[in-house]
Design a protein. Structure first.
Length: 210
């Protein structure tokens, strides 16, 4: 089993709960082939016209600029990492109601027709990653699981729509730690309970391969 862990928070675990979730997952994982893709450590130019300029130059056999070379290589590296994985684990925070920009860039790289999805002859979307599984480990200091606040949550919801909905991955686990900033008197217990669940998820993969 090949597990890809996409780490999407560069704050230390002592300060960021989703970073601690990543560390807890890795510490409890045994007997599997695991690779970490740290979106903050990778060279990932933002997705935009530079990439399309590069595609045009490649088709014309023209030389790419340094930036164009970087973004083409970065996109290919992200796609290769995703393609090689049987299970993809995402560890990410809710920042300003959504995901970090670096994680968005990773998604922009792999959200490609012919790679993650295609359209059939009737114009309907067909998912191309139904053989893969996904796990979401996310933290948010506020409470976004009530009927009133859930529509504002655009991190975990977005990730599920992309990887489960469009790409077709089977979402096998989701651990959300929330409310630790909203209820500081309960923060320690909230975080501890969530990290215990993260450890269980990691150990379930280890058990499968034992």
């Amino acid at each position: 089993m090949n597990i890809l862990v996409v780490k999407a928070n560069n704050r230390p675990a002592s300060q960021a709960v989703s970073s601690k979730m990543y560390e807890t997952f890795m510490e409890n994982l045994e007997g599997v082939n695991v690779t970490t893709y740290d979106v903050f450590a990778e060279d990932m130019p933002y997705f935009g016209q530079d990439l399309f300029n590069a595609f045009g130059k490649m088709q014309a056999g023209e030389e790419l600029s340094d930036l164009e070379q970087r973004i083409v290589a970065a996109k290919q590296k992200a796609m290769d990492a995703l393609k090689a994985a049987d299970v993809v684990v995402f560890a990410f925070p809710l920042w300003n109601l959504t995901i970090p920009a670096k994680l968005q860039t990773f998604i922009d790289y792999v959200y490609a027709a012919g790679f993650a999805f295609k359209y059939n002859e009737n114009g309907q979307l067909v998912s191309l990653m139904t053989d893969k599984k996904a796990v979401f480990l996310s933290a948010r200091g506020g409470i976004y699981s009530t009927p009133e606040t859930a529509p504002m949550e655009m991190a975990a919801t977005y990730m599920k729509n992309v990887f489960g909905g469009v790409f077709g991955m089977e979402i096998i686990d989701e651990v959300i730690i929330e409310g630790h900033n909203a209820a500081p008197d309960k923060a320690e217990a909230i975080i501890a309970e969530g990290l215990a669940k993260v450890a269980e998820v990691a150990k379930s993969f280890s058990a499968v391969t034992a």
